[in-house]
Design a protein around this ligand. Structure first.
Ligand code: PGA
Length: 309
């Protein structure tokens, strides 16, 4: 045991837990901002320390061996204990110090950092950690209990979570101003079938909301282009490569400058909402509770004008 403790590091355990969650060394390296060789070296050392294989490689995917699964259980317990210890310290320090871990979907980057900024001006001693990634990764983080609070607009229906709405999230159809449908009013939803759609990647909440609307409206769309960020979609729309559906939060400046226009299509804007989510049964630290209260009041007021449908 002592020998094992001498060789295993927290860093290795964190890398291991991430690989177990995302299913590949490459995806784990990306998520942890490490190089692939670093991840491989860390896992070789961990495997050597344990003395038995932890992974089975099938193509690019990796699966845990029985020993790997037992290790993962131990890691989850260990990280849970450390998390509770951290929270106990934060609670002793009160709301004026401590850590706040927020994970938010990419589209919320247009407002969440500003709310965090305002919160930190009130409590300057707090250390903030903000992860911004797409919905699928946020759900992974939520199931691994990696953060205090999560901001997203398509909460999962099958998890034991507490979900609180705090702002509207209108989603609009956008095109370049010279698009032939620009300025026309009351267009039926069927016109979308003639357009080339610029789509967000699989796993994006924005894409999920659009797919749900299309399925309900019975419309099939065509897309020749998938882009991994709202910014890329926006630029491609401005460049006349197609139309897109994005949260209005993502295009405030471009709508104001006239670089993109909203198309007036029946059924839009989609009336989605922004939610703050946490695991049910997970006690919030004093800091996380203070942020939640701040978000639901001040945060909401800061962005209320934008949230009007
Ligand atoms: P996305 O999520 O950034 O993954 O598209 C936005 C949302 O939840 O609506």
């Amino acid at each position: 045991m002592e020998d094992l403790l001498r060789h295993i590091t927290f860093r290795q355990l964190r890398v291991f837990a991430t690989i177990a969650r995302v299913g590949s060394f490459t995806a784990a390296a990306e998520q942890l901002h490490l190089t692939q060789p670093t991840v491989s070296v860390q896992m070789r050392r961990l495997t050597d320390a344990v003395g038995m294989p932890l992974f089975e490689h099938v193509g690019k995917r990796v699966f845990l061996t029985d020993v790997g699964r037992v290790l993962l259980e131990a890691i989850n317990e260990l990280f849970g204990t450390i998390g509770r210890f951290e929270m106990a310290i934060d609670n002793i320090q009160g709301v004026h110090q401590g850590n706040l871990r927020i994970a938010a979907v990419t589209t919320s980057e247009y407002f969440a950092p500003r709310i965090l900024g305002a919160f930190r001006r009130r409590y300057p001693g707090i250390k903030l950690f903000l992860q911004v990634t797409n919905r699928e990764n946020i759900i992974d983080r939520l199931s691994a209990n990696e953060d205090d609070l999560y901001i997203l607009s398509q909460p999962p229906g099958d998890m034991d979570i507490v979900v609180e709405p705090f702002l509207n999230n209108p989603m609009v159809v956008l095109a370049a101003p010279q698009h032939e449908l620009a300025g026309r009013v009351g267009l039926p939803v069927s016109v979308l079938a003639q357009e080339n759609f610029l789509l967000r990647e699989q796993g994006s909440g924005t894409r999920m909301a659009l797919n749900r609307f299309l399925a309900l409206s019975n419309v099939q769309i065509v897309s020749h282009m998938e882009l991994g960020s709202n910014e890329a979609i926006k630029q491609a729309t401005i460049g006349g490569l197609g139309v897109c559906v994005l949260s209005r939060y993502a295009v405030v400046n471009e709508l104001r400058s006239g670089e993109v226009v909203m198309l007036d299509i029946t059924g839009f804007p989609l009336l989605e909402k922004w939610y703050v989510v946490r695991l049910a049964g997970k006690p919030l630290s004093v800091v996380a509770q203070a942020f939640l209260t701040f978000l639901l009041k001040e945060g909401k007021e800061m962005f209320a004008p934008l949230a009007k449908a």
